[in-house]
Design a protein around this ligand. Structure first.
Ligand code: NPG
Length: 368
């Protein structure tokens, strides 16, 4: 289908509560939305890049710039299928978050035009996906226990605790003591060094599902060395920006589990290739989140229906982050800790265009 027009909108959404990780505290999200028009069909994508380059080199102003200046002018007026977007943009090095946003939108438009759901297109093996929840670093252990208790009460099937040096073993011990054998994992967001291996091994007795990204993203070999000292499975996140990264990490023994973020690897097509590679190698995967608003969240739900997503993802309910989302219906987690996979065309959630328009602080349009 011909790509006739692209609309980029930036909206700011306040988080319902501050979200603290080892790299900072976030209170709002600056969201870049991509809408494409293709022969009468529209499709929506969301760029996961943050406001600052503090988690990844990409950041949202940069993503918008590279889309407007370099990517979209070469795609506009072309006969395009989502399967070819990555190929058409292969000349651009990096900028996976920008690439993912446009690929998401093109695929959504394609599927809406055919009246096909993502789940059908992906050959989904489940009608609902298991939800975990990511719990930011809390001011005190009693705050942490209260927040974890509230999420468990809402049905979430596993808890992920953000950790950093000085806020790790005691926090995990307290949650284990209070909540028994609830599925539990931790995420360090690159905050440790290989020299901390013995310290991280103190997490082993707590029977965690995994330790996520303990070391810096470019230290893949060091993760393999760490895996010889720490018994808890290591899951890579920030290190996995491409299919090749995943292949190398598996070959090196740097991780036993992979967190796939479609937004970070460049879109659905690469995400699915990484999923398949992991499946063949006996490496389970789970779907990460980056505080997405409803459109990115819906794309993540769709991805999570693939068979090797055997661990609960960070695909929480809209209301875990937003007082009011930008899609209808909102993304809802059942009391059993699952999200029903929508059967409607494309992402299966309807963007609330009026609300998006009212929230837009910047808008750029590109048409033939
Ligand atoms: O549920 O959307 C979510 C958030 C899950 O903890 C989460 N994401 O490191 O994976 C992460 C973290 C993150 C948040 C990363 C914001 C980047 C930005």
């Amino acid at each position: 289908m011909r790509l006739e027009a692209v609309e980029l909108r930036r909206i700011k959404l306040d988080l319902v509560a501050p979200f603290e990780t080892s790299f900072g505290v976030q209170t709002e999200k600056d969201v870049l939305l991509v809408k494409v028009l293709m022969e009468g069909a529209e499709g929506w994508g969301e760029c996961v890049a943050g406001e600052k380059p503090d988690y990844s080199p990409e950041y949202v102003d940069g993503a918008q710039d590279v889309l407007m200046r370099h990517m979209l002018p070469r795609l506009l007026d072309r006969d395009l299928a989502a399967a070819n977007v990555a190929k058409a943009l292969a000349w651009v090095h990096g900028h996976h978050m920008a690439k993912a946003a446009i690929e998401m939108a093109v695929l959504d438009a394609e599927l809406r035009a055919r009246g096909e759901s993502f789940a059908h297109f992906f050959g989904a093996v489940r009608k609902e996906v298991d939800c975990g929840v990511s719990v930011g670093i809390q001011p005190s252990i009693s705050d942490l226990l209260q927040v974890v208790g509230a999420f468990l009460g809402q049905g979430y099937r596993r808890i992920k605790l953000k950790i950093k040096p000085g806020r790790d073993v005691e926090q995990v011990r307290a949650v284990r003591e209070k909540f028994g054998d609830v599925p539990l994992q931790v995420d360090a967001n690159t905050a440790y060094k290989l020299a901390d291996a013995e310290h991280l091994a103190q997490l082993d007795p707590f029977d965690l599902l995994l330790i996520e990204q303990p070391l810096p993203e470019d230290q893949v070999l060091a993760h393999a060395q760490l895996a010889r000292i720490v018994r808890t499975p290591i899951s890579l996140d920030e290190s996995i920006e491409s299919y090749q990264n995943a292949a190398d990490a598996i070959e090196l023994g740097a991780c036993r589990i992979i967190n796939i973020k479609m937004g970070r690897v460049g879109g659905h097509t690469v995400a699915r290739r990484i999923h398949d590679l992991c499946e063949v190698n006996g490496v389970p995967v789970w779907c990460g989140g980056m505080l997405e608003a409803g459109i990115g969240r819906a794309h993540n739900v769709a991805l999570s229906t693939l068979p090797n997503f055997t661990l609960p993802g960070d695909v929480a309910a809209s209301k875990r982050y937003w007082a009011e989302d930008i899609v209808e219906p909102e993304v809802v987690v059942s009391p059993r800790g699952t999200i029903a996979v929508p059967a409607g065309a494309g992402i299966g959630f309807k963007p609330r265009v009026d609300r998006i328009e009212a929230l837009a602080v910047r808008k750029e349009l590109l048409s033939e």
